[in-house]
Write a protein that binds this ligand. Structure first.
Ligand SMILES: [Fe+2]
Length: 263
């Protein structure tokens, strides 16, 4: 068993005990986690215009993402032990018996949707003249070095990541992940799954960059032209944030990656 999954299994075993009605797990000392609250974005919906349009971003955040929040809160309403978890803490429980069977699909789809969209919107930045002039390919030192070591250079990474995002059949995601040993990988998941969920096909690695290739992320402006959307998206990837995510993942502070506390 992989170390990540072993740790997850331990956390899940503790959670399972509480879900079954014995010795409820204490809520974290931090602020209450229920209901999960959708944060404010650190930029306007038009910030990525014309690469990603205002209407798409507005609907994506205020409708699609908001619905994932509403639905996960509704699903876990009868389960205090699950309410005590942050959405980050829920991820390694998804795919295990610690999520009651009658809500397992709802939690998978909607807690996954919350986690994935928090990451997706956090790693975007406003379109700028500088990012356009450089193709947004001037990467900060830490993540730049890691990408060069893993893929050879940014151009190869971008090509491989684009191919992965194009390979997702139907709705899903492509990710850049960091394994426990610090190595980078490109992964894909269907629907609102992500690599942190438990299952034989998932790595347990921490996503630090993710692209949503559901059609709701691009259809209004790009219709069925997913390659065009992916190319435009690369121009508004916030590489300083990816650098911070990489350092957080390798420094075991993964919760910071989807936190909007300082945004
Ligand atoms: Fe989405």
């Amino acid at each position: 068993m992989k170390m990540a999954h072993l740790l997850s299994a331990l956390a899940v075993a503790m959670l399972a005990t509480s879900v079954q009605g014995q010795a409820p797990a204490p809520a974290p000392a931090s602020a209450a986690t229920y209901p999960l609250q959708q944060p404010a974005l650190p930029y306007q919906f038009w910030a990525q215009e014309p690469l990603i349009d205002n209407m798409t971003q507005m609907l994506h955040w205020t409708k699609h993402t908001a619905t994932y929040f509403e639905n996960v809160n509704k699903a876990i309403k009868p389960f205090p032990a699950l309410q005590a978890l942050t959405v980050e803490q829920m991820m390694p429980a998804i795919g295990t018996e610690s999520i009651p069977m009658n809500i397992s699909k709802a939690v998978r789809n909607n807690a996954g949707g919350v986690y994935n969209h928090l990451l997706f919107f956090k790693i975007l930045m406003p379109a700028t003249a500088q990012s356009n002039a450089t193709n947004n390919s001037a990467l900060p030192a830490n993540i730049g070095q890691a990408i060069n070591q893993t893929f050879g250079n940014y151009t190869v990474f971008k090509k491989n990541f684009t191919e992965a995002a194009l390979s997702v059949f139907g709705s899903g995601w492509a990710w850049l992940t960091v394994a426990k040993n610090g190595s980078l990988a490109i992964e894909t998941t269907p629907n609102q799954d992500n690599p942190l969920m438990v299952g034989a096909k998932y790595s347990g690695s921490q996503p630090i960059l993710g692209i949503d290739v559901w059609e709701h992320a691009y259809y209004l402006k790009r219709q069925n032209r997913r390659p065009e959307y992916i190319e435009a998206w690369f121009y508004v990837v916030n590489w300083p944030q990816i650098d911070a995510n990489y350092m957080a993942a390798t420094g075991s502070n993964a919760a910071a990656i989807t936190s909007y506390a300082s945004a």
